[in-house]
Design a protein around this ligand. Structure first.
Ligand SMILES: Cc1cc2nc3c(=O)[nH]c(=O)nc-3n(C[C@H](O)[C@H](O)[C@H](O)COP(=O)(O)O)c2cc1C
Length: 214
């Protein structure tokens, strides 16, 4: 698989970046190709009002490298890893802009809809979050948001890793070992078990198949 890692912190080589590096290492060990991208190299502006931003051919007129990110990195990827610090109990503003601006390429009036909509779907996804606070509620809203986002995009959310730390690189000292968890998720990204049943979903009563005799 081609794995796009989106490193979304404004702080370079910080905690979410460290989680992203570990996941990338694990994914590489599993034979995947890594495309590691700093979001701040591509996304500068938030979503505008399309009535004033759009060019005459109805394409997006915001002058940064978002379009290059979308066409050269996002659409060709088989899996996307979203790595973000927790900022006021959510993702970074830049990562939110990354999602908001899908609108300019997927709405019915965009000249790119036919290419971008199918290109965004049917990918594997993983989420890495670094934050200072360790109570469970701190990241719950963001985890739920990613669950909804990936559901909407028809991407399979293979896993979420949360690492606790504040000063740069401190996540390495989290006793829960999130760097190891991220590497493990990277190794399993291609075949991690992702299910989302409905009442009438056909399934056996075992999740992992018959038990293996010792
Ligand atoms: C603007 C801003 C808002 C933050 N908000 C929170 C927060 O709501 N909860 C929290 O636990 N940490 C918060 N933090 C701390 C960061 O999430 C934490 O330091 C994280 O490890 C930084 O990751 P990074 O090095 O990848 O940027 C905030 C940091 C900044 C700069």
């Amino acid at each position: 698989m081609k794995v796009l890692v989106l490193s979304a912190s404004p702080r370079r080589e910080g905690n979410s970046w460290a989680l992203a590096q570990s996941l990338a290492k694990g994914a590489e060990e599993a034979g995947h190709t890594i495309d590691f991208v700093q979001l701040s190299d591509y996304v500068e502006a938030p979503l505008g009002d399309c009535r004033s931003c759009r060019l005459s051919d109805r394409s997006c007129g915001i002058a940064d490298d978002y379009e290059r990110l979308l066409f050269d990195h996002v659409l060709p990827a088989d899996a996307i890893v979203y790595a973000t610090p927790l900022h006021f109990y959510g993702m970074t503003g830049r990562l939110k802009s990354f999602f908001d601006r899908f609108f300019c390429y997927t709405s019915a009036s965009s000249p790119h809809t036919g290419e971008v909509v199918p290109g965004l779907m049917h990918k594997r996804a993983a989420v890495l979050i670094s934050c200072e606070e360790s109570y469970r509620g701190a990241t719950l809203g963001l985890e739920a948001q990613f669950q909804e986002l990936t559901r909407y995009l028809r991407q399979d959310l293979a896993g979420v890793v949360v690492g606790i730390g504040n000063s740069r690189g401190e996540v390495e000292r989290d006793p829960a070992r999130p760097l190891e968890a991220a590497a493990d998720l990277g190794r399993r990204l291609g075949d991690a078990h992702v299910t989302d049943y409905r009442l009438d979903t056909d399934r056996s009563n075992r999740v992992w198949g018959p038990s293996v005799e010792a």
